[in-house]
Design a protein around this ligand. Sequence first.
Ligand code: URA
Length: 256
Amino acid sequence: MAIQSPDRATAAPVTNDLAARAPEALRPLYHVDDALQPLYETIADCPNCILARTRSRTVPGSGPVTADLMFVGEAPGQREDELGLPFVGRSGQFLDELLAGIGLTRRDVYVTNVVKCRPPSNRDPEPAEITACGDYLEQQIAMIQPKVIATLGRFSMARWFPNAKISRIHGQTKRLGDDRYVIPMYHPAAALRNGSLREVMHADFAKITPLLRGEPLTSPTASPAPSEGAPNLNAPSAGAPTPPAPPTGSQSGSLL
Ligand code: URA
């Protein structure tokens, strides 16, 4: 029998058995590309914060290492903790609907969270927990090299837009280097609580498609440029190289 020390619980591994018991629609999400496997194994043993004591399973992420689009949410909830997969509860169902609206499925995209273990009672993740997981997210971005990172909710937004308010900047793009964009979105759970955000989220998701095609400036649905005093989304931030100057005459409100 495996013995677990009280302050360093090893999460139950995601096994073929678990995948076999999961709802059929979720089974493909258990596939882990070889390139990601060592990182997932490291995360499964992670002792770096107190969430290691209470988790059932770590939830490193799902999706192909070749994905062009990466979503970064907040933290696993109860269902995610049971299944070892991100966004498989009610928020995940709405995420699936949003993806279907732009012609994508969960198998096309990479999905992860800023925190890889469930906070007890689904409380907000603590800064120390986000920091403890920070290097895992960096490694995921480095391996996947997504063209577009969509943040879901304020905790992942803060990674690229510190101090910004989601109600002011959702749906506006920020260019990271030459060929990557980050676009902040509301968390799907916010739209489950407040139905008026459903359409807002569908509209923000529609902006992803041109970004994936490398056409960020021409979308007629682009958000208006921020008014004076609004945060400058292109201000340099950690991990976000200063972008080149935008082409003059751009009609887009995306903040490139
Ligand atoms: N909410 C999140 O932020 N992440 C999940 O994986 C599930 C719900």
